[in-house]
Design a protein around this ligand. Structure first.
Ligand code: UT7
Length: 329
């Protein structure tokens, strides 16, 4: 019997209007445009402004775009998985809230937290339902309002992050397109280098946790950088060799956008020319679960049916991985 594959059939994305530039950050903390550009490669990032607006606000915008583009109705969706590190609330799940906002009534939904690898982990999970024949229309969302957990007095982190959301629709196909292979990993050694210490069950919110600024992203950048470069480059090269792909066979690398130097190192290891690498870090910064789907959204018009695409990410946990897919439209 022919294998059912899961193929992306539509993409949507959303970035907020407010542009936080390096120039504005230079007025808030002791930094320079030159430092940020040479060390990280970010020029500006988008920030979601307004009361009572969280990740679901952006996620719902991205998913709604898919409905508008395809004519598919919210009630046709069987499952929605939302990758996020900045859920609207600890509970209920942000995916549930997105469903409620859009009238997705015939689906179950849940959140998945794998840091910056969240979108890949969610896409892989969604693929299993489709390949098993259990679901026909699945939305995978990556949405993060990183500004909600960023300390804008800490120059080592506040220059890095931005807010955004991206989403894809996944459907079954009997053709040889869609998700072909995936390699995902976690290693808890990373939890001390990249985390948010308070707000969970180990350290519930208190006056002390607020005073000690424990509700913000903490990152030991140097350590994370070392792991990120090695893991992302290794897994990207491994998935290529496991599928007999050379640099010439790969049309696009879609890397997580944490640092331009990491992206360059991964592309070099894969033997890819820079023209085949989707890069929007200079405009949006690190939007965590949203980096990969927003790239697909921005590059959609340039993608061709049959393009070999490698998605690759590294994030908090540590988590990392790569997915090999053949573009389906
Ligand atoms: O997305 C999830 C995974 N995350 C990542 O993959 C991020 C990985 N890490 C990185 O991308 C980099 O480590 C950073 C961009 C976070 C930092 O770059 P770095 O080259 O590793 O810098 P560093 O942390 O070693 O700091 C170098 C210097 C320090 O000063 P001293 O100690 O050498 O005097 C920092 O205090 O740069 C200083 N510094 C800054 N200077 C100006 C740190 N942040 C800033 C800043 N502006 N914003």
């Amino acid at each position: 019997m022919t294998k059912i594959r899961a193929v992306i059939t539509a993409v949507g994305g959303f970035v907020p209007d407010y542009v936080l530039t390096n120039e504005e950050l230079c007025k808030i903390v002791d930094t320079t445009d030159e430092w940020i550009m040479t060390r990280v490669g970010i020029k500006e990032r988008r920030i979601l402004k307004g009361d009572q607006k969280g990740s679901s606000e952006m996620g719902a915008e991205a998913v709604n775009q898919i409905f508008e583009k395809t004519g598919i109705k919210p009630e046709d969706i069987d499952l929605l998985i939302c990758a996020t590190t900045t859920p609207d609330h600890i509970f209920p799940a942000t995916g549930n809230i997105i469903c409620d906002k859009l009238g997705i009534k015939n689906a179950h939904s849940y959140d998945l937290n794998a840091g910056c690898s969240g979108f890949l982990f969610a896409l892989d999970a969604a693929t299993q339902y489709i390949e098993a024949g259990n679901k026909k229309k699945i939305i995978v969302v990556g949405a993060d309002k990183m500004s909600s957990i960023t300390d804008y007095t800490d120059r080592t982190t506040c220059v890095l992050f931005g807010d955004a959301a991206g989403a894809v629709l996944l459907e079954p196909t009997y053709e040889n397109f869609g998700i072909i292979d995936s390699m995902l990993f976690t290693d808890g050694v990373g939890r001390k280098y990249l985390n948010m210490k308070a707000g969970g069950s180990v350290m519930p919110p208190s006056h002390e946790t607020i005073d000690q600024k424990l509700h913000y992203v903490f990152q030991d950048g140097k350590h994370v950088f070392k792991y990120a470069v090695t893991s992302m480059a290794d897994v990207s090269a491994d998935i290529m060799s496991r599928n007999n792909l050379t640099g010439d066979d790969v049309a696009w690398l879609v890397p997580h956008q944490a640092n331009l130097r990491i992206i360059d190192a991964v592309a070099e290891r894969m033997g890819l020319d820079k023209s085949k690498v989707m890069i929007n870090i200079h405009r949006y910064g690190n939007t965590t679960s949203a980096t990969i789907p927003t790239c697909l959204w921005e590059w959609e018009k340039q993608l061709k049916k049959g393009d070999n695409i490698i998605l690759s990410a590294f994030g908090a946990g540590f988590t990392w991985g790569a997915i090999y897919l053949k573009w389906g439209y």
